[in-house]
Design a protein around this ligand. Structure first.
Ligand code: FAD
Length: 395
């Protein structure tokens, strides 16, 4: 492999470029903006920095947040103290750090837009705003708005959600998450260095309706939009059938990150999957003694094993998590009530928020613990109702 072109320099492209360059492959990364403030919450889970400790252990500005309030009307809100904090970056800072790592590893970075790519006898010819570039292999990491129709995931409207919000010049030290009634999605307030990222993501509603919901929430919470900067973007949220036929690779190309639809369909977490798939793209390309088709197949198998099968399973749960009912209440409202009263359920939610509880085993864990959870809830209920607070403290 003489030269690999990496199209797009977000987390997926930067990680692929770093992995390839570190192994001595000539890697050319092309991005029309290089480091920029891509619309995003910027939240990095424990799962991500456990696998890639450099995401935590660095000098790049970030917030390390443990206090999280989950709110689901009409049940109100509950405070969780995360055992494993969430790291929150501005995307400019995160992208810059990842691109610098790629450059230090030996990748060549070019600020240019890729206009199209053409298959040649041996390799590709890319047409960019500044000329042409030949490559033996392409990593397509151009994000959710991938303009290159011949490569990357092919989705329908039901495989995406809108995500939009405001960067608000304000400060707080905790995360707020709200599950608005009837929405397959949620609202977040993420504290960042010097500002808040306040946003909403949701499926099945137009962007204007989501924006109206978010602005209502901000007014109720007294979060001013004065001097706030609006942002919006599309977020892949593949339904289960789309995962099965997802076009993630082909002869001489591999797609990573949002361009391959690799986002958690429940939480909207995409940063970890972008970084992980960029890393696996590099690994598949570096596989020795295999043809271009075999490399593409190897990549598909790697991401399937690593996380895509679990995300496909998550897609079957998504509607139920946001819109389902359980024991005479909505699932989000019951979740808040259970969190108040059951330590077992609290632990399960800790793992879900840390990203360490796979969807494939979630139902089993819930049912195995159901008796114990309900017992804790009933005992807690009576403890709070029957024994006055001062007596409990004295005991
Ligand atoms: C509002 C919102 C909030 C989110 N919050 C979170 C969160 O808190 N945590 C989380 O884990 N995930 C979050 N996500 C998802 C996360 O932002 C994405 O999954 C992640 O950015 C994907 O990385 P990527 O490298 O695949 O794509 P991107 O980050 O989109 O990078 C693609 C790059 O390709 C470049 N590009 C595109 N086309 C071309 C072209 N033709 N030529 C050259 N360059 C090109 C772009 O300039 C860009 O730099 C959020 C998404 C949205 C929309």
């Amino acid at each position: 492999m003489k030269q690999v072109a990496i199209l797009g320099g977000g987390p997926a492209g930067a990680m692929a470029a770093e992995r390839l360059a570190r192994s001595g492959v000539r890697a050319v990364l092309l991005d029309e903006k290089l480091a920029w403030e891509k619309p995003c919450g910027g939240g990095i889970t424990y799962k991500a920095y456990q696998q890639y400790p450099f995401l935590r252990d660095n000098d790049t500005p970030k917030k390390v947040v443990t206090d999280t309030f989950l709110d689901a009307p009409p049940a109100g809100s509950v405070k969780m103290r995360l055992a494993e904090p969430l790291l929150i970056y501005s995307r400019y800072d995160l992208n810059r750090m990842l691109l610098e790592r790629a450059e230090r590893a030996g990748a060549q970075l070019e600020k240019t837009r890729v206009l199209d790519l053409e298959r040649r006898d041996c390799g590709w010819r890319l047409r960019t705003r500044h000329g042409t570039i030949d490559a033996d292999f392409c990593v397509v990491a151009t994000g959710a708005r991938n303009p290159l129709r011949a490569v990357g995931t092919e989705w329908t409207a039901s495989d995406t959600m809108y995500a939009l919000g405001y960067y608000v010049p304000n400060e707080q030290n905790h995360i707020d998450i709200q599950f608005p009634p009837g929405l397959e999605g949620y609202i977040w307030v993420f504290p960042r260095n010097g500002h808040l990222s306040v946003g909403i993501c949701g499926k099945g509603e137009p962007a204007s309706a989501l924006r109206a919901r978010l602005e209502r929430y901000m007014e109720e919470r007294g979060i001013s939009r004065k001097d706030a900067k609006f942002y919006g973007h599309v977020l892949p949220s593949l339904e289960n059938p789309a995962w099965r036929r997802n076009r993630v690779s082909g002869e001489g190309w591999i797609a990573a990150g949002d361009a391959a639809g690799l986002v958690d369909p429940i939480t909207g977490e995409g940063l970890y999957y972008a970084i992980r798939s960029g890393d696996l793209a590099g690994e598949a390309i570096l596989t020795e003694h295999s043809s271009l088709v075999e490399k593409a197949r190897a990549y598909r198998a790697m991401i399937e094993r690593d996380f895509a099968a679990d995300l496909a399973f998550g897609a079957t749960l998504a509607k139920h998590v946001f819109l389902g009912r359980f024991l005479f209440g909505t699932v989000p409202a019951q979740m808040v009530r259970f969190l108040r009263r059951s330590p077992r359920f609290y632990n399960l939610m800790q793992d879900l928020l840390a990203g360490t509880q796979p969807y494939g085993t979630l139902k089993g864990r819930l049912f195995r613990n159901l008796n114990g959870t309900l017992h804790e809830i009933v005992m807690n209920f009576f403890l709070h109702r029957l024994i006055p607070r001062e007596n409990r403290a004295a005991g």
